[in-house]
Ligand binder design. Structure first.
Ligand code: GLY
Length: 394
């Protein structure tokens, strides 16, 4: 194993380490042994079916060697599976194992698995420890860090259709450890890799404002190695992104709306992105409808670009910010245009259902310059429409 990088999330008695490196999964052993010494006898492992079997076997062996009896539960991740029904199934499964308050849950997979397993940990017996082992780039640099957990809710509309509201139910529950084993990324396909890069680019576009001003330039300088998924470069990419995320979370653990430079900035691209992410027929490749629906990172990429163009309309932001984003997204193969979008009225309606919006106005994150964004609580419909028009392709 190469030396793992270690980033600490400074949250006092809820603080924890994030270990990043090739083979880092083996580092979970000492944590599990110490949990065993404190009375743990079982581990409930929630496994993403996309994770290679050798990781599952390795983790199971490590847990057994630490004295823990393992109960596995599998999830094939989709936004529709991130549901109250899956949450209930996991609760029933864990309860049937006799899992106690000191036994850990381990999430092995991408963000959907991490969010569901995290919320089971937050709520089962009023809270049990969770260790996050993210296996996608997206979950390594974003979802596994910071304790956001939960699931989506499908609600009926007046016309008989339903709307999928992302992450509407959940809670903050910090993990006791995060292990990002870079080797897990080898099994990702090119589309999953690109999707994770969207969250890294998002971090670049808020980086100066949160004290990590070199991140955007570092990523641009290393973009060819990043796009080629060169392992040492990817380890450094994850470490730099996790450091940014850890410092934002340490400043603002629970996305406090009174902290304008805090966690809300991490929603750059997300309010626009969530409005299009759950529209089933949208595809990232204008010529290939079979790629529908959008992956989360693809929706965030389009959402960030729409937000830049909306900010140009709203506040006269110079076009250079959106142009730089457009060029970066193109270079890594993320979408910048989308066909088949519904009307702006419908998209704005979908945005106002997003939980990142306030009750009677749409909250968005707009860039205010290179590497800087700010929160706008009452975004104007005309500016939002200008943003969607900029990514719309007929
Ligand atoms: N993914 C945004 C956050 O964790 O706050």
């Amino acid at each position: 194993m190469n030396a793992a990088s270690r980033v600490h999330v400074e949250l006092g008695d809820r603080g924890y380490d994030i270990l990043i490196g090739s083979g880092a999964i083996s580092e979970i052993q000492s944590q599990l042994k110490s949990m065993h010494q404190s009375g743990a006898r079982r581990a409930f492992i929630v496994i993403d079916t996309g994770v290679p079997a050798r990781f599952v076997d390795q983790l199971t062996k490590i847990a057994n060697d630490a004295g823990l009896q393992v109960s596995p539960a599998s999830i094939t991740p989709t936004e529709h599976i991130k549901s109250i029904e899956t949450y209930q199934r996991l609760l029933e499964q864990i309860a049937s194992t006799g899992h106690s308050r000191v036994d850990p849950i381990i999430a092995l997979g991408g963000g959907i698995v991490g969010d569901l397993a995290g919320f089971v940990a937050a709520s089962y017996r009023r809270g049990v420890p969770v260790i996050q082992c993210p296996t996608t780039l997206l979950s390594m640099v974003d979802a596994s860090v910071g304790g956001k957990t939960g699931f989506n809710l499908q609600i009926p509309n007046d016309d008989g259709s339903t709307s999928l509201l992302k992450n509407l139910v959940g809670g903050f529950w910090q993990p006791s450890l995060v292990i990002a084993d870079i080797d897990a990324l080898h099994s990702l396909d090119a589309r999953q890799r690109r999707s994770g890069l969207a969250e890294c680019i998002k971090h670049g576009f808020i980086s100066t404002g949160v004290g990590h001003g070199h991140l955007l330039d570092w990523m641009i300088e290393h973009l060819d190695a990043i796009a080629a998924f060169d392992p040492p470069t990817i380890q450094e990419l994850v470490q730099r992104n996790v450091s940014l995320k850890a410092s934002v979370v340490a400043l603002d653990e629970r996305e406090d709306t009174s902290i304008s430079g805090g966690r809300m900035l991490l929603n750059f691209g997300h309010t626009f992105g969530h409005a299009i992410e759950t529209i089933a027929h949208l595809t990232p490749d204008l010529t290939d409808p079979s790629l529908a629906p959008l992956h989360h990172g693809e929706a965030v990429a389009l959402g960030m670009l729409a937000a830049c163009r909306a900010a140009e309309h709203a506040s006269g932001l110079e076009t250079s910010t959106g142009d730089e984003l457009y060029s970066l997204l193109n270079r890594v193969g993320l979408p910048t245009r989308i066909a088949g979008l519904p009307s702006n009225e419908e998209l704005i309606e979908r945005m106002s259902h997003d939980k990142k919006s306030t009750a009677d106005s749409i909250r968005v994150i707009y860039p205010i310059g290179r590497g800087r964004c700010s929160v706008v609580d009452d975004a104007k419909a005309e500016s939002i429409s200008a943003g969607f028009d900029a990514i719309r392709s007929e």
